[in-house]
Write a protein that binds this ligand. Sequence first.
Ligand SMILES: [Zn+2]
Length: 167
Amino acid sequence: MVILPSLDSTPGFQALAQSNPLQYRIVRAAINRLDLAFQSSIQVSEWIRFCSEFEELASWLGDQPNPPSRADILRTYRELKSSFSWPDDLAERYVTELERKERGRPRSNRRVVMLALEQRELNPTLSWMQLTIRFCACGKDMHDMRCRERIRQMALNLKRTLDRLGV
Ligand SMILES: [Zn+2]
């Protein structure tokens, strides 16, 4: 049993392909890694590779303005659990680990960088400064060249990662 085919048949997910094509590709690639990691015949070294690729891809989707609550994550897990025969306490352990990692961690810029790269792919005539003005979350009133360079470098980083992972 794998997740990706059922996700692909979800209308909301197809709508995401239209509105946010890069985000859609990253979500698909991340879920694909999860599916691969949960194959029954998996070797430990492959399992580690798929999990780290999942984490890398998912890190560009994080820091949403309204992240799902603990209750949301657990509810989703319970809904999926019956289909996949996952252990009872796996979701609890996962959420606890997430919360431990999140505590005190500065918000990363990764999600806004991913959205900026997506806009650039949709509209290549947009300059990095235009994208910075739209997406930079530094909090300053005026974004400067340092903001622009930070967004541009991180976006190139993301592009390289996606190329390497074939996304
Ligand atoms: Zn800025």
